[in-house]
Design a protein around this ligand. Sequence first.
Ligand SMILES: *Cc1c(COP(=O)(O)O)cnc(C)c1O
Length: 458
Amino acid sequence: MTVPFLEPFRIKVVEPIKMTTKAERVAILKSAHNNLFKVPAEDVFIDLLTDSGTNAMSDRQWSAMMLGDESYAGAKSFLKFEKAVADILGFPHVLPTHQGRAAEGMLFGTLVKPGQYVPNNRHFDTTQANIAEIGAYPVDLVVPEAEDSAIDLPFKGNMDLERLEAFINEVGAENIPMGMITITNNSAAGQPVSMGNIRQTGEIYHKYGIPFFIDACRFAENAWFIKQRDQDYAKKSIHEIVREMFSYADGCTMSAKKDAIVNIGGFIGLRDEELKLRIAQKLIIHEGFITYGGLAGRDLEAVAQGLYEGIDPDYLNYRESHTRYLGEVLEAAGMAVYKPTGGHAVYVDAGVTLPHIPPSQFPGAALANALYIEGGVRTVEIGSLMFGHDDPDTGEPVYAPNELLRFAIPRRVYTRSHLDYVGKVAKELMKNTDSIRGLKITWQPELLRHFLAELEWV
Ligand SMILES: *Cc1c(COP(=O)(O)O)cnc(C)c1O
C-alpha cells in the first residue's frame, strides 16, 4: 500500500467519538427503519456519510469568523467573500446562498421552465430534484466508461460530447435554457473532468447559444487531478488551473460545504450582471439580501478564507492520497473498489461485491447497513435507492446504472488510523457476505426518497 502524503496540519481541538456494541447497533438501526440517515450521529463511530459540511475548519477560519460583519447590507465580510470568489474562480459577480441546493434552486427557478431540459455529465441528487420540481428534465450524458467500475482511466467524469451535441439537435436548443457540467462528478464516483472536456462542453453549449454553468462543489480536487493527470498542466499552479476551468463557463453553482472547507454556505458565481439582478429578486424572497443570502457575515468570512485553503497544493496532495489509501485498504479487504479512487470518496461497487443481492433489493444500502452493524461505520448508498424510480409511463422500476456505496471523507477530520479501522471492519464483513440480506422499501416520499425512506430486511 502506498503511504499517504502526511497531514499538512496538526490537531488543536478534539471531538471525542464513542464506540457502541454490536447489539446496540442492531437495535439502533432497527429503530431507524434501516435507513442510516435516521441514525443519531453520536451512535456512529466513523462517519463517512458525506464530506459535505463535515469539514474541520482551520484556526485561521475560526479567527476570521470573529471578524464577521453582520450588517444587513454591504457588510465588509461580503466584500471579502466577493473578492475571494473573483480572485480564485474569476467570476466578477457572486450571490451567496445558504448552501449549494439553494444556489441551484435560485438559478434554475430563474432560467428553467416546465418541459425544458438541462444536460449535465451526471446530475447530483439535489440538482436533479430541483429541475424535476420545476417540471423540467435533468439529462445525464456522462461518458460510458463512467459506468465501468473496473477500468482505470484519468477522466471518467467527462461529458460525452457526441451525445451532448446529438441531444441538443434532437430536442432543439430552444428547449435547453442552460447546460451544466459537474466537477468532480460526484454521482459518477467523484471522477474528474479534463480541461479539454470542460472547454469543449462550453464550446458546444455556446455554439447553440446555451449558457454554461459549472456545478463547482469540488473544483479544487478537480484541478488537482488535472495537474496530476494531464502533462500540459503539470507545471501550472492550482490557482491557474482553476481560473482556466471557470474561464469557459458563464457561471457556477457552488456548495461551500465541499471545497471551501466550511460547515455551511454556497453561492452562484456569474459573469452577467443582468442575470445576477434577475436571480437577485428570487434570492431576496427565499434566501436574504444579496450581500448575505442566508448566511451570517461570519460564515462569509470562513468561506473566503476556506477557498484559499482548499486550493493549497499540500492540502490537495494529502487529500488525494488519504482518499486513495482508503481505496487500497478496502480493496485489500476484498471489496470491489471503483477505479480510480475519486477525490472526496471511495466508491465500492456493491452490485459486484454482493452479487447475490439484485438491484431491486438495494445491494448498496444492504452493504451500508451491514458495515454499520459490524463496526459503527456510516456510509451512503449511491445506487437504486438514491436514483431508482418507477417509470411514469409504464410503472416499471428503473434502476441506477451502478449500485455504488460511497465512503466519503470529511476534510481534515479523520487520521490514517481511522481509515485502517474502517479497513478492518470491511475485512471482517467480507469474510461472510452471504449472510448479508437485501432490503425492501416499506415507505417512501415522492422526491429524494433515500433521505427519508423506511426499509426492511428481505
Ligand atoms: C453537495 C452537492 C450539491 C448540493 O450542495 P448542498 O450544499 O448539499 O446543498 C450539488 N452538487 C454536487 C455535485 C454536490 O456534491
